[in-house]
Structure formats: C-alpha cells, structure tokens
Design a binder for this molecule. Structure first.
Ligand SMILES: [Zn+2]
Length: 500
C-alpha cells in the first residue's frame, strides 16, 4: 500500500512519519500483515482473497497518510524503493493505491511508481485498487492488468473493492480471464461536497457501475476525482474492465462519461454564506427530532487535506452563543503540549488554531484566544468501529479536551477525519449528550454521525478544502473544464458535445 490523496493547495507537510501511523516508518512484513488482516480496508480485502489461494504472501509495505500537501521526495523514494525492490522477486503484485498522489517532483505519483515497477520487471502482473477520488492517468492504466475503484463515498466498500480486483486478478493468473482496460475522462471537476453516494447524481452513476459488474463486466469504476489537486488529469473519469472485449469496455466508458457530463450541473455545490448557516443553527436545536445538530465546518477537513486548524466556524459558533457543543476537532500540538503541562483540572488560556499559513488562499485564519478548563488528556488511540476502517487502530497523537463554558473542544496532535463517533467517546465525550456537534468534515462524517443527527448545517468557513473554486488558482488542470469554464466557453466542445 502506498496511499495518499494530495491537496496541492494544502500547506500540511507530507513526510514519511505521516505515512507511518505514528510508528516512525511505515509498517512492513509480518507486522503489516497482522495489522491489516480482517480489517475493513483494501489490504484486508487483498489478504482475505490471497490467503484463500495456494500462494505465499509477502507484504512489502503498508504506507498510508491522511490527505495533505505534495509528498516529500525522500518519503516517496522510500516507499517506491520498497515496492520496486519487492517486485524483482515476486510473481504477481497487488497494490492498494489511492490514485491522487502528487509529490514534490511528480504530478502523478502512482503512475510514476507503476512505470518504475514495469521498467524493472516488464512482465509482472499487477492489480491496483483505487479510491473514488483518484485522478486517473494513462500512465496508471497502461501499467497495470487489473484496476478496481470504490463505489461508495463515504468509502465503506474499500475491502470489497479490493476483493473484486483480487478475484479478477487470480482468475487472470489462473488463465480463466483476460482482463482488458479502457478509460477516459470528462472535462469536469465535480465539487467534493456533491460527490456523496447517498445523493444524486453520483448515486445513480455508481448504481449503474454496480449493475454492469453484476451483469459480467470485471470492473466498472466511475472516479469522481479530486479537484483540489491541480494536475493536468484531475477530475471525473471512468475505467471499464472486461474479459477480452475492448469494444464493450470502450462503449461503456463513453456511455458513463456521457451520463456524468449530462449531470454536471448537479455536481456543483451551492454555497450558503456563514451568517445564514449560523442563523439556521441557532434555531435548529429546539426543532423536532432526536440527537444533536451537526455544524459542519466543511472548508477545513483532514480527509481532503485541510489544516484542521481554521477558526472561522468555531468563532461563529461562540459568537452565536450556541451551548452544549462538542467540537472535533483542532489539530494543534502546541496547545496540546500547553494543556498537558498545565494538567487536568487547570484553567488555562490558549491561542487555538490559525497557525498553519495557507499561501494558496488570499485570506488567512487567525488563532482564537480561549480560556477554559483542561478536561482530559489522552494518548489519542482508539479502535475504529464503523464500516470504514473497522478493526484498525486510529492514532490522533496526544490529545486533550478543552472546556470553554459548555463548549468542549477536542484538540489533537495527528490529523484525523471525524467519521467515527469513537473519536469523541475515546476522549470521554458522548456526542448524543450534546445539543450541537461541530465537525471538520465534508462527506465522511456520514458514516458514523449522520444517523445520530437530527439535522446537518453545512457551514462555509475557511480552508484549502473550499468549495469555492474562485478562491484557488488552477494552473495545470486541462482547460476548458467545467465549472471553471462554464457552458459555452468550450467545455462542451472539448467533450464533443454541442454548445449549450
Ligand atoms: Zn476518497
């Protein structure tokens, strides 16, 4: 596994430690095998299928980092070297990649890895599994034999995606099938906030892909892409894998891309100004229904490369006087250290967040001065309980809870996305006991929180995961592309459609 979603606008450093889950360097060999066996992850799916075959398994490396800025060159070299070295002494390779990795040197981190592997061992059979946010390139598709992608966002089908790929791969190795891949992209950058598979248009696109797989296609993947990577091939793409039928693969690629293009307007997220969202939040607590109101700070989520330290939405929550609020969370190791030194029960004044400069944005976030009580200090580890990553240990680093009046704020030292209520519970906070739960998340919170909440208020704060593309400068992505270029400005013609 070499997995990273790179937000090229993010200032968060992506070094080898970030790929290690707190172990210093990524897990390898038996330790990696034991950590991932039986978990709801791609590696878990691969291991399950491979162990049912008469093969010996060698785990080269298990490296995954939370989304952030371009990968440091030495970290990338370490991971590639581990995989390329392995590839010179194995008969076949299963790779869990994300598909949107950009490094300081290479815009297409996965394509470059696959190119290096094939340069050393040209005939090595390779299967890859990719995240729905993969930005697909020719280098990736032409340097593997089997390719599968997730059908869900939140990603609750990582293990089954890998199983589907591994089964097709072993069928190929056993001479039962001849996988053929075809792919193409559409000139569109869907907003991440509109990519959830509970919602249209992606619900129907993914349902169609699943239907085709059930009818005999080896793999049909609609990648909504990751727009916060300013690389040439960013955006929506389709990869179809058939058993030795290039024509059918090509025609389904075109059909699915056409459906996605027709739905392009529904992939555009409408932004509500923060004061209006906060007004709705104020009245929502007394509305009908069980559970807390979720205040979603979606411009600054870890799972899209956010700094997880912008303060605009928390400021608005405090200014609006919202009470009984649980906040997850802030990445601020400095404040955690201060709180640890002060100890549980101490009253302390801290300057929270707003510390990581965001050069990609014109406007910056400022620290917020808070006085509160240190409620809890923790090592920040918990077992994931939800369908995404179930069975894996999540490491938030040393963590602390600051209580400011009735607002409890989780402050952590390693970035994680709050998709599992355990992130609160492991810090002694029961989300159901609060009137409001403020989350720095976009779509992934839905895995563990949507069913707990009576209402969700999406709040546009500040951060490098902004849904307002006009706040970002795109230099490399192919143009024209929708919605950066509107209908009539060439995007339709680029896709071979009449102007609209
Ligand atoms: Zn993703």
């Amino acid at each position: 596994m070499m997995s990273h979603e790179t937000n090229t606008f993010s200032p968060v450093v992506t070094d080898l430690d970030r790929f290690s889950g707190g172990h210093g360097t990524p897990l390898r060999g038996e330790a990696a095998l034991q950590t991932y066996r039986g978990t709801a992850s791609c590696l878990g799916g691969y291991i399950e299928v491979a162990e049912a075959q008469n093969v010996s398994i060698e785990m080269g490396i298990a490296a995954a980092a939370p989304p952030s800025g371009p990968v440091e060159d030495d970290a990338y070299a370490y991971m590639c070297d581990a995989i390329v070295e392995l590839c010179q002494r194995v008969d076949a390779l299963l790779l869990d990649l994300h598909g949107a990795m950009t490094t300081k040197t290479y815009d297409d981190g996965e394509g470059e890895l696959l190119r290096r592997i094939r340069a050393k061992n040209p005939s090595l059979p390779i299967a890859i599994s990719l995240d729905m946010h993969a930005n697909i390139t020719e280098l990736m598709v032409s340097n593997c034999n089997v390719l599968t992608g997730y059908h869900t966002y939140p990603h609750i089908d990582m293990d089954s995606t890998a199983r589907r790929g591994a089964e097709a791969f072993f069928a190929m190795l056993n001479g039962q099938t001849k996988p053929v891949l075809r792919w193409a992209n559409a000139p569109m950058l869907p907003h991440v906030m509109r990519q959830g598979t509970d919602d249209e248009p992606n619900a129907s696109l993914q349902a169609k892909a699943v239907e085709l797989e059930q009818s005999g296609y080896l793999g049909v993947s609609v990648f909504t892409g990751f727009p916060h990577a300013d690389i040439y091939d960013a955006g929506l793409s389709v990869v179809v894998m058939t058993d030795d039928n290039a024509e059918a693969a090509q025609s389904q690629v075109h059909e699915l891309l056409n459906s996605a293009w027709q739905a392009r307007h529904d992939f555009v997220y409408e932004i509500e100004p923060l004061p209006e969202s906060m007004q709705r939040a104020k009245t929502a607590a007394t509305s009908e229904g069980q559970g807390p109101v979720i205040v979603l700070d979606h411009y600054d989520n870890t799972a899209s490369g956010g700094t997880m330290d912008t303060t605009e939405v928390l400021n608005a929550v405090l200014a609006a006087g919202l009470e009984r609020v649980a906040v997850f969370g802030f990445y601020d190791p400095e404040v955690v250290e201060q709180m640890t030194a002060a100890g549980v029960g101490a009253t302390i004044t801290v300057e929270l967040g707003g510390k990581l400069p965001m050069p990609a944005l014109a406007a910056q976030s400022k620290p917020i001065s808070l006085t509160g009580e240190v409620k809890l200090i923790s090592n920040g580890k918990f077992q994931a309980q939800v369908a995404m990553a179930r069975g894996l240990t999540i490491n938030m680093g040393t963590s602390a809870v600051l209580s400011v009046g009735t607002v409890d704020i989780a402050i952590i030292s390693r970035h994680i996305e709050p998709y599992d209520p355990e992130c609160f519970r492991s810090l002694g906070m029961e989300p159901m006991a609060y009137d409001y739960v403020m989350l720095k998340s976009r779509i992934h919170y839905r895995v563990g929180f949507r069913n707990l909440a009576k209402q969700v208020i999406e709040c546009a704060g500040r951060g490098v995961c902004t849904s307002d593309y006009s706040q970002l400068t795109f230099d490399k992505v192919r143009r024209p592309i929708y919605p950066l270029d509107q209908d009539g400005s060439g995007a339709n013609e680029a896709w071979g459609l009449p102007p609209s």
